[in-house]
Design a protein around this ligand. Structure first.
Ligand code: NAD
Length: 435
C-alpha cells in the first residue's frame, strides 16, 4: 500500500487514480478545478467512460480514493506523486508545458521527505529534467526525491480495461529505488515492464502514437488511390492485415484521426524532431494526409449533390470516436462549420457528446440524441462517428424518413451490396460508390 497523490483529475488522472486505489493504495486525486472536485464527491464524473463511475464510487466508499483542490496537502502526505495535467498543443504545434511547470512548482514548495515524482502526462523529451530542476529550485530543505517518466497508454472508451490490464508499463528513471517502487505499483496490472531512461520513456509515448497515426494515414492514402482506380480499401486492408508483420489493427480507412492525443502528439513529435535538427518528413506527410481526409469527405458530398446551398444534412456523430464524450479535434467540429459556410442546414446526432460539442459549435446545428429524429427530412446523411447506434441503424426506416436516400459514410460502416439492394446512393471512403 502506497500513499499516492495524482495532480490533474482528467481522463488520465481520474482513471489511473481510481485504478491505483482499486489495487489497494490510498489515492488522492487533486485538481485546480474546484467544481470538478465537488462534483466527484457527489458521484458526478467529469467525463464519460464505461465503468468509471462505479469504480470511483466503490473506492470512495472503501476510503481508498479521495478528491481535493488542496494539492499542497496531498503532496505533503504522499510517497508517490503522479503528474497527469494536460499538455495541450500550443499555437506553434509544440506541447504547452504551463500546467506541468505549475505542478512541478507546487511539488517543490511542498516537498517533505523522500518522494517519487512521476510524469504521466505526454511530454517532450527533456521535460523530466525541467521538472527536476523546478522541484529542486523550489524545495527549501534540499529534500531527496527521484524523477520518473511513466507515460500513459490508455484509450478513451476503454480506459478502465486498458489500465487494469496494461499491455506494458514503461518506467523511465535513473534511480533503481524509484524504479522498484513504481514497478511494484504496476504489479497488479501487468507482467511486462519496460525499464528505460527518462528520455527514452518520454520518446516511447510519442513514437507509439506517431506509429499508430502513420498506420491510419497510410491506409487513408491507399483508400484515396482506391477511389481513383476502382479498388475497395476494405479488401486491401484485409489482404495486408492478415500478414502478422503488419497486423489488422488501425487499418480502417475513413476521415482520419482526431481526439486529444494523435493530432497534438504528431505535431509535438514533429517539433521535437525539428528542435533536434532532424527533418521528419514521414510524420509531416501523416499530418497532411489526415488533414486532407475531412475535406475529401465534404467534396464527395458536394460532387454527389451539386450545390450545398439550402440543403439540410444529418450528421451522425460528434465525438471523435465511440464510447466517449470527448470532442477535442473531432472531425464533426471541422466538418459542420464547413457545411454551414456552404449554405447548408445541419441536424446533428450524438448519444453523449452533445454537451461538449455545443461548447464549440453553439447553435450552428440542431442537436438530438435520437438518430431517427436527426435523419428525418434531410437531403443527405453524413456519418462521422462509428457509434453502435449508427452501426445498427434500421436502414429501411432511415430511407423512409429522409428526403433523399443519400449517405456519405466517413467510417465505411455498411456493406455495399446491401446498400445497393436497399436503394441508397451510398458513398464511402476508398470503396466504389453505390448509385
Ligand atoms: P484533461 O484535460 O482531461 O485533464 C487535465 C486536468 O488537469 C484538468 O482537470 C485540469 O483542471 C487539471 N490541472 C491543470 N493544471 C493543474 C494543476 N496545476 N494542479 C492540479 N490540476 C491541474 O487531460 P487528459 O486527457 O487527462 O490528459 C492528461 C495528459 O495525459 C496529457 O498530457 C495527455 O496528452 C496525456 N494522455 C491522455 C490520454 C487520453 O486519452 N486522454 C491518453 C494518454 C495520455
Amino acid at each position: 500500500m502506497k500513499k499516492i497523490a495524482v495532480i490533474g483529475t482528467g481522463y488520465v488522472g481520474l482513471v489511473s487514480g481510481a485504478c491505483f486505489a482499486e489495487a489497494g493504495n490510498r489515492v488522492t486525486c487533486c485538481d485546480i478545478d474546484e467544481k470538478k472536485i465537488a462534483n466527484l464527491w457527489n458521484g458526478i464524473m467529469p467525463i464519460y467512460e464505461p465503468g468509471l463511475k462505479e469504480l470511483v464510487q466503490q473506492n470512495v466508499e472503501k476510503g481508498t480514493l479521495y478528491f481535493t483542490s488542496h494539492t499542497e496537502e496531498a503532496i505533503r502526505e504522499a510517497e508517490v506523486i503522479f503528474i497527469a495535467v494536460g499538455t495541450p498543443m500550443s499555437a506553434t504545434g509544440e506541447a504547452d508545458l504551463t500546467y506541468i511547470k505549475q505542478a512541478a512548482g507546487t511539488i517543490g514548495d511542498n516537498l517533505t521527505g523522500y518522494k517519487v515524482i512521476v510524469t504521466k502526462s505526454t511530454v517532450p523529451v527533456g521535460t523530466g529534467k525541467t521538472v527536476e530542476s523546478i522541484v529542486r529550485e523550489r524545495s527549501r530543505d534540499n529534500q531527496a526525491f527521484d524523477i520518473v517518466s511513466n507515460p500513459e497508454f490508455l484509450r478513451e472508451g476503454a480506459a478502465i480495461k486498458d489500465s487494469m490490464n496494461m499491455e506494458r508499463a514503461v518506467i523511465g528513471t535513473a534511480s533503481e529505488k524509484a524504479f522498484q517502487i513504481i514497478a511494484d505499483l504496476h504489479k497488479p496490472f501487468t507482467s511486462t515492464i519496460v525499464k528505460a531512461t527518462v528520455e527514452s520513456a518520454e520518446l516511447i509515448k510519442y513514437a507509439a502514437n506517431a506509429f499508430l497515426a502513420t498506420k491510419i494515414s497510410f491506409i487513408n492514402d491507399i483508400a484515396n488511390i482506391c477511389d481513383r482506380v476502382g479498388a475497395d480499401v476494405t479488401k486491401v486492408a484485409e489482404g495486408i492485415g492478415l500478414d502478422s508483420r503488419i497486423g489488422n489493427k488501425f487499418l480502417q480507412a475513413g476521415i482520419g484521426f482526431g481526439g486529444s492525443c494523435f493530432p497534438k502528439d504528431t505535431a509535438a513529435l514533429l517539433h521535437i524532431a525539428e528542435s533536434s535538427g532532424y527533418d521528419f518528413n514521414l510524420i509531416k506527410a501523416v499530418i497532411e494526409t489526415n488533414e486532407g481526409q475531412r475535406a475529401r469527405l465534404v467534396s464527395k458530398l458536394e460532387t454527389a449533390l451539386g450545390s450545398m446551398k439550402g440543403k439540410t444534412f444529418s450528421v451522425l456523430g460528434l465525438a471523435f470516436k465511440p464510447n466517449t464524450n470527448d470532442t477535442r479535434y473531432s472531425p464533426a467540429l471541422d466538418i459542420i462549420p464547413q457545411l454551414r459556410d456552404m449554405g447548408a442546414m445541419v441536424k446533428a446526432f450524438d448519444p453523449i457528446a452533445i454537451g461538449e460539442a455545443k461548447k464549440q459549435l453553439g447553435n450552428q446545428c440542431i442537436y438530438s440524441d435520437n438518430v431517427y429524429e436527426t435523419v428525418k427530412n434531410t437531403d443527405a446523411c453524413v456519418i462521422l462517428t462509428d457509434w453502435q447506434e449508427v452501426k445498427q441503424l434500421d436502414l429501411m426506416k432511415v430511407k423512409r424518413l429522409m428526403n433523399n436516400p443519400l449517405i456519405v459514410d466517413g467510417r465505411n460502416l455498411f456493406d455495399l451490396e446491401q446498400m445497393d439492394q436497399l436503394g441508397f446512393t451510398y458513398i464511402s471512403m476508398g470503396r466504389p460508390a453505390v448509385q
